[in-house]
Every structure is written in C-alpha cells, then in structure tokens.
Design a protein around this ligand. Structure first.
Ligand code: GLV
Length: 354
C-alpha cells in the first residue's frame, strides 16, 4: 500500500494540509463577498479588508455620514456591512439589504443603533468593539468630570476675556473629589475603569446601581450596590455608563434630578437619550444641581442654539470619549476583523450575543 512507511503523525499533518488547501480553494473559488463600508475609517482597517482578497468593497469615503438614501442604495444585495453608530440599522435597511446580508460589524461598543430583534430574526451575526475603548473612555470621563466640577471652561474664558481682575477668595470655586461620594450608574467595563481612576483622588465612597449587583467588580473598588434613588440622594458626583435600552431611556429625569444634592455634579458618557434634556436644563438653570458634563446628547450634533449651550454650568463635548488615535485605529481594525470572520463563517474576535 502506498501509505506504508508514513507515521501516524505524518498522516495527520498530511490530512490537515489537504483540508486547509481544500478550504483555501473553496474560499478562492467563492464569489467575492459584497461589502459596504459606511464611512472613511483608518486606512489600516480598509487595507485589511482589501488585502483579504475575499471582499468586493463599496465605500462611502467621507468624514460625513452617508445620507440615508445612499446608505440604502449602498447596502442593497451586500453580504457584509461595516457601519458606525451614526447609521440606523433597522427593518427598512435590512429589507433593502436583502437575504445575502450575513454580518454587520459596527465600529462602536454601543449597539443601540441596531434593531437587534430584526437582525436576530434574519440570522445575521453582529460584531462590535468592546474592551479596546475602555481606557480612553474612562480617561475622558475623568477629564470631563474635572473640567465640569472645577469650572475649567469658565476659568479659561475669564482668563482670556479680561474677567481675571485679581485673585479673589471665592471666585470660580467648584467641587473637589477628595472625601466625596461618587455614584456610578452602570458598573460595566467603563464604569469600573472610571472608579479605578477616581479612587486615587481620595474618593471616600463609591455607590453603584445596575440591573443586578456586580459583586466581583464592586469588591475591587469597595462599591456599595444601591437603588437609583439612593444613588441620586447620596452622591456628590453621578456618572452615567449604562447602555441605552428601552428601560434606560429618560432614566435621568425631573424626579431623578430632584433627588440629587444641590452641590452635585452630573456626568453622562453613555448615550444622550438616557437623560431627559429638558429636565436637565431645568435642574441646571434653577440651581437644583451644581453642574453637568455631557459627552453625548440628543440629537448629535446638538444644535448650537440649544439652551444647554447657554448655561455656564454645563460642559458639552462632541461625543469624543474613545477619541485617541490609537483607540480609534484599534476599533477600526477590530471591526474589520469581525467583518472578515463573519464573512468566512469563522468565530469573530468580538461578537455580540443576540
Ligand atoms: C461610542 O459611543 C461607542 O459606542 O463606541
């Protein structure tokens, strides 16, 4: 027999090589997967998709979001979609894309722009980008919290515009973290990373609330699980890190703000819709709470004539929590790898469980 003389190990190697070759041949012979990329993304991600040799890419190569009509045109008949949090992936879009669509990869950790029920019904897989933006987002939260509580925007404006008369004992006084109580709404990856960074500032106590207690994470930062009401009542700083779901829409409303201390600072780095902005405006403008720092709003961008922009005690950033060069590049590459894995029916590096 021609096999005589081969050891079992060599045969295993041989059969593995044959299987791999067969898989590569199948992949080579497969028609290219049609992919739509909905924005200009870091070149590293695009090169990965191009060099994979398995994609035929249509690209909305602009820093501005793709208009809905072009998005719908772009996704018709695709196998894969690489999108951002600015694209609403709903029933209309999925119907337009049609039955070939097997994978959606979003370059974001948030997925509230995806109609998960519709996606699941169609058996489409979803990739997203958790973990890689945790540090950048936690860092930005701390920066926003300090800028808001220590009134940095007002101070910079006063220094520049001639308001800096002399050193005045009570001028531009804010609130410090030393000996404070910090309340975290949503002790997930980012909420936890924020607590770790705030601890060395001398925070006395961490409170948190979530769908359920998170004893392991809480033990590491000695945080106490409390109700939302108790968190509002007792915290000097409230920082929001929960995901946007039907249960968390408008969670921070009139009732919530009315329970907060008049000296408390409110920070939101999750999604704008977690906050009722009219109620926040009332709370800030009537002195019910001291100040707010927002990285997210409804809508985005927030119109420049929005009343919140007129308040000195409200600091508004244009959704930049994960915006470091390294983080955004890593997110883009991870989203590309998720997409490729989905197209090849392989396990994704980060797949959302539907
Ligand atoms: C940013 O908000 C993200 O979801 O990645």
């Amino acid at each position: 027999m021609w096999l005589r003389g081969f050891s079992r190990g060599t045969l295993t190697e041989l059969s593995r090589a044959v299987t791999n070759e067969a898989r590569h041949t199948m992949q080579r012979n497969r028609p290219l997967a049609r992919v739509f990329v909905s924005r200009r993304v870091p070149q590293e991600a695009l090169s990965l998709l191009r060099d994979s040799g398995i994609c035929d890419i249509k690209h909305w190569d602009s820093d501005d979001p793709v208009p809905r009509t072009d998005l719908l045109k772009g996704v018709a008949g695709v196998d894969g979609l690489y999108c951002l949090l600015t694209e609403k992936i709903d029933k209309e879009l999925l119907d337009t894309a049609g039955p070939n669509l097997k994978v959606i990869s979003t370059m974001s950790v948030g997925f509230d722009h995806l109609s998960l029920e519709e996606i699941k019904k169609r058996g489409i897989r979803v990739g997203y980008t958790p973990d890689v933006l945790t540090n950048a987002s936690a860092e930005l939260t701390v920066a926003l919290l300090l800028a808001t509580s220590r009134r940095l925007m007002e101070a910079v404006a006063e220094a520049k515009n001639g308001g800096w008369g002399t050193w005045k004992p009570m001028w531009l006084c804010g609130y410090g973290l030393s000996d404070s109580t910090v309340g975290i709404v949503g002790l997930g990856r980012i909420g936890f990373a924020v607590a770790q960074r705030l601890k060395p500032f001398g925070v006395k106590k961490f409170l948190y609330t979530d769908y359920e207690p998170k004893p392991e994470a809480a033990a590491e930062i000695q945080a106490e699980y409390v109700s939302l009401d108790k968190l509002a009542e007792q915290s000097d700083f409230v920082t929001i890190h929960c995901t946007l779901t039907p249960e968390t829409v408008g969670l921070c409303n009139k009732e919530f703000f009315s329970k907060m201390k008049r000296t408390a600072v409110f920070i939101n780095v999750s999604r704008g819709a977690v906050v009722n902005q009219d109620d926040l405006y009332q709370a800030l403008s009537t002195g019910q709470i001291a100040a707010a720092g927002l990285d997210v709003t409804v809508p985005e961008p927030l119109p420049t004539n929005h009343p919140l922009f007129a308040l000195k005690n409200c600091v508004i950033l244009p959704h930049i929590a994960s915006a470091t060069l390294a983080t955004r590049t890593t997110m883009a590459v991870l989203a590309a790898n998720n997409l490729l894995a989905g197209l090849k029916d392989e396990p994704m590096p980060k797949e959302l469980t539907l």
